[in-house]
Ligand binder design. Structure first.
Ligand SMILES: *Cc1c(COP(=O)(O)O)cnc(C)c1O
Length: 381
């Protein structure tokens, strides 16, 4: 008989304590009139200080943060933006919102982040920016990306939605790009239910964002004097209040994420032909999602593996698929379909699965999930 969990173990889940609840209630009571932005200001200040950037602006979600990043630099029709082929669609969809063309390149099969050699090969006179994603908490090769961006005069946009708490050469995720974006969706390392942040050190870009996220008004405008047609991308005080509580606990939360990965690695690290999230010497990985990639010898793809996990009441997620292969990007003009996808990165997108990585997973659960996975893999050989 199959050993299964008593109830379905969810793949993700937040850490919400009395602090988050109390701060949200405080905002619901008090964040009105002249105090309406108090919680947002505090959240933004704390966030910028933690990331190590000069400015942070709270927005409704990371998708908006990326849209604002592109719009603030004036990227638009006729421009190309290089992005990884393997990421959540929100990393790339905003390129189309501003009328620019996404140019997909392969990921590195070990870090799972954008491959700098392919970035370089994809640059044309129309290229304006590179979006690099710190996937599942892993860090992109920022030294190379910075060097390429500077040499070709390109804007470097960091999608750090999955990487709060990770570091690269001691610098925090979100401080490596010219501008960066975060998500506080319920599944992410810190959450405000839905929410996002856009970060930069550039005062002019920050001023552009302030205007663009509030219908083209100057901050503090009381006369309804819109200077341009823009967007409405603001976060509510109740969300910001939850964000403050999460940021007061950020060190504890990142430690917990790393602990969870350690529990899994203790059981799975020596399984032959099974790769886990990578952490090179110059990186601290905050392991947003513990991820396993069985190699070809196991003869099991991500969807089959997920089904077998589900039989044991273990929820999971498939590794992101190649975006350029999705129906969403079919027949769109200008998008390159001739990217060179290595066999190794195909193994990652074909076989990779994210294991339960929420805060409700304790050591016993991680051990149970690991044993179940090993049994499934042994049966599939
Ligand atoms: C979650 C996520 C986003 C989008 O975040 P939202 O807040 O849902 O808009 C963008 N990029 C990556 C890599 C993500 O994981």
């Amino acid at each position: 008989m199959l050993i299964k969990a008593e109830e379905m173990i969810p793949v993700a889940g937040p850490s919400i304590t009395d602090k988050e609840v109390a701060y949200a209630a405080d905002a619901a009571r008090n964040a009105w009139f002249s105090d309406h932005y108090r919680f947002n200001s505090k959240f933004e200040t704390m966030f910028a200080a933690y990331i190590g950037v000069a400015y942070a602006a709270s927005v409704p979600h990371c998708t908006a943060a990326l849209h604002l990043a592109l719009a603030a630099y004036g990227i638009g029709p006729g421009d190309q933006v290089i992005a990884p082929d393997v990421t959540w669609i929100a990393s790339v969809a905003p390129i189309t919102y501003v009328g620019a063309v996404p140019v997909f390149v392969d990921i590195d099969p070990v870090t799972w982040c954008i491959n700098p050699d392919q970035v370089e090969a994809a640059i044309t006179p129309k290229t304006r920016a590179i979006i690099a994603v710190d996937l599942y908490g892993s860090m992109a090769n920022w030294n190379r990306l910075r060097e390429i961006a500077d040499r070709h005069n390109l804007i470097l946009i960091e999608d750090a939605a999955e990487a709060i708490g990770s570091t690269y050469n001691g610098q925090r995720a979100g401080s490596l790009g010219d501008i960066s974006a975060f998500s506080f969706h319920a599944s992410k390392t810190i959450t405000t239910g839905e929410g996002g942040m856009v970060c930069t050190n550039d005062p002019e870009i920050y001023a552009r964002i302030q205007s663009l996220r509030d219908h083209g008004r100057a901050p503090g405008d009381r006369f309804f004097q819109n200077n341009e047609i823009a967007f409405k991308y603001k976060m509510s005080a109740m969300q910001a209040a939850i964000g403050i509580a999460q940021m007061e606990r950020i060190d504890e939360l990142v430690v917990r994420k790393r602990q969870l990965f350690q529990w899994y690695r203790d059981s799975l690290g020596d399984v032959p032909g099974l790769s886990l999230n990578f952490e090179p010497d110059n990186v601290k990985n905050s392991y947003w999602m513990v991820t396993v990639v069985p190699n070809e010898h196991y003869n099991i793809d991500k969807y089959e593996l997920q089904e077998k996990l589900r039989d044991r009441n273990i929820d999971s997620r498939p590794f992101f698929s190649s975006l350029s292969s999705l129906k969403a990007f079919e027949n769109r003009p200008g998008i390159r379909k001739n990217i060179k996808v290595s066999d190794k990165s195909q193994t990652v997108t074909r076989n990779g699965v994210n294991l339960p990585s929420g805060y409700q997973v304790d050591k016993n659960m991680a051990n149970f999930i690991s044993s179940a996975l090993i049994e499934i893999l042994q049966g599939s050989r």
